[in-house]
Design a protein around this ligand. Structure first.
Ligand SMILES: [Zn+2]
Length: 101
């Protein structure tokens, strides 16, 4: 359980103790919330709020197998709305910067 989990919960209020899965829309309790890195950590995804989304355990498990650019873009858009474009630019720049090292 990382700091990023706290970051997400600090910025996303529950609906009377319930959270909504970003994928399937299911209502879930805090204990069942998986805070997912939209750009996965193994791809140097950031721990920042813009790269985090709330998933139920089922959706988080099924995400592992299929990580594509298209889906990542869609997820970023959903998590960030208008801020997504900036997030994608920042995120991409971050990945490129780290790859150069
Ligand atoms: Zn779900």
């Amino acid at each position: 359980m990382g700091i990023y989990r706290d970051t997400w919960f600090q910025n996303n209020k529950s609906d009377h103790g319930w959270y909504t899965c970003a994928k399937c829309g299911k209502k879930i309790r805090k204990a069942d919330v998986d805070i997912d890195h939209i750009i996965p950590q193994k791809h140097k995804g950031s721990d920042s709020l813009w790269n985090l989304q709330c998933l139920c355990k089922h959706c988080n498990r099924s995400k592992q197998a299929r990580i594509g650019l298209k889906e990542t873009g869609t997820d970023l858009l959903k998590a960030n709305g208008k801020r997504a474009v900036k997030a994608i630019v920042t995120g991409t720049a971050e990945i490129l910067r780290r790859k150069k090292k």
